[in-house]
Design a protein around this ligand. Structure first.
Ligand code: F6P
Length: 359
């Protein structure tokens, strides 16, 4: 049997660990051949871009960030964009992709991706391609799994940044705002914010009121705190306000967020008169070596994906349901986003400790 593996969407620490686990399990346990597809679904267009994966060329990548296969978060074969004579054309390239999968001799496909790539994988499966999904996103916003790989590393990176910001904020008696990733779900901001002892945490699920934020910071000053730390998820928005969008596609789809940290920082300055600085952690959260938790989870996911292929359980996604790795139908996996519950245990616990969510 020959299987293909690809990584789609934004990268996340642990992608290489999945690729390695898929390759090793397929080769050592089942004697299959593994073809790596370059640059996500783009690699299945013409000319195809692939490389043979072996136990040798996947050696030493468990702890390496990024993906040896490359990825893209802008290539959807069902709505492929090309520019002809300066005009953007959107075409359904799925028949070409199906043809190329068969030309490459691929009998099944492992798709490592977030919401967008898993939707494409599901579409491929509906067209008859035997597909297994592996959930990936640092945002941890897929409901069908307890956690996606890459998330814990992002939380570690963000927490380390907060530890460092505390010391400089205290020296200068400043308010420091840290903007973190989190498009629709505020998990990174919430978990890093609590672990990094932020005073204010603003997340997409709880629209914020700037007055409440300013009140909290003024109160802290009054009670003797020299500095404060405010964490803002990039997708956070004020009550009745909008997300800070940097780039939109022609169809209105939000391609890039960013800037909410600056907006919040400048509002804080105006309302309190405090000396405010803003840091945007950005793609540092996506890069670097996966933490041990993510290495293990990604390895378990990769191996489990091959086991599902061996059982011919196509159209499933591996899912972590502690303590086991199980599977769920891809159709259900792409249905719902995993969002922070504004009245849930974590938020309530943090509020009990005095953390302000801008409400
Ligand atoms: O989905 C993961 C994510 O990191 C989001 O938090 C963020 O909005 C987006 O990717 C950034 O993507 P890009 O690499 O296109 O800037």
């Amino acid at each position: 049997m020959r299987i293909g593996v690809l990584s789609g969407g934004g990268d996340a620490p642990g992608l290489n660990a999945v690729i390695r686990a898929v390759t090793k399990t397929a080769i050592f346990k089942y004697g299959w051949e593994v073809t790596g597809i370059i640059d996500g679904f783009e690699g299945l267009l013409s000319p195809t871009k692939t490389r043979q994966l072996t136990s040798w060329n996947t050696r030493g990548i468990l702890f390496v960030g990024g993906t040896i296969l490359g990825t893209t978060n802008r290539g959807n074969p069902f709505a492929h964009k090309t520019t002809v004579n300066g005009k953007e054309i959107i075409e359904d390239m799925s028949p070409l992709v199906l043809n190329n999968i068969s030309e490459l001799g691929l009998e099944a496909l492992v798709v490592i991706g977030g919401d967008g790539s898993l939707k494409i994988a599901h579409g491929m499966h509906k067209l008859g391609v035997p597909v297994i999904g592996v959930p990936k996103t640092i945002d941890n916003d897929l409901d069908a799994t307890f956690v996606t790989f890459g998330f814990q590393t992002a939380v570690d990176t963000a927490t380390e940044a907060l530890d460092k910001l505390h010391t400089t904020a205290e020296s200068h008696q400043r308010v420091i705002v840290l903007e973190l990733m989190g498009r629709y779900a505020g998990w990174i901001a919430l978990e890093a914010g609590i672990s990094g002892s932020a005073d204010v945490i603003l997340i997409p699920e709880i629209p914020f009121n700037m007055e409440k934020v300013a009140e909290k910071l003024l109160e802290r000053k009054k009670s003797g705190s020299k500095s404060s730390i405010v964490v803002v998820a990039e997708g956070a928005k004020a009550v009745g306000g909008e997300m800070a969008v940097r780039e939109k596609a022609k169809d209105g789809y939000v391609l890039r967020l960013g800037g909410m940290g600056e907006i919040v920082g400048s509002e804080i300055g105006k309302r309190t008169g405090f000396d405010v600085r803003v840091t945007v952690l950005g793609h540092l959260q996506r890069g670097g070596s996966p933490c041990p938790f993510d290495r293990l989870l990604a390895t378990r996911y990769g191996a489990a994906a091959v086991e599902l292929l061996a059982q011919k359980k196509y159209g499933e996604m591996v899912s972590y349901q502690p303590p086991d790795i199980k599977s769920v139908p891809l159709a259900s996996a792409i249905d719902a986003l995993r969002l922070v519950d504004p009245e849930g245990d974590l938020v309530k616990m943090a509020e009990g400790l005095g953390v302000n969510f801008g409400r």
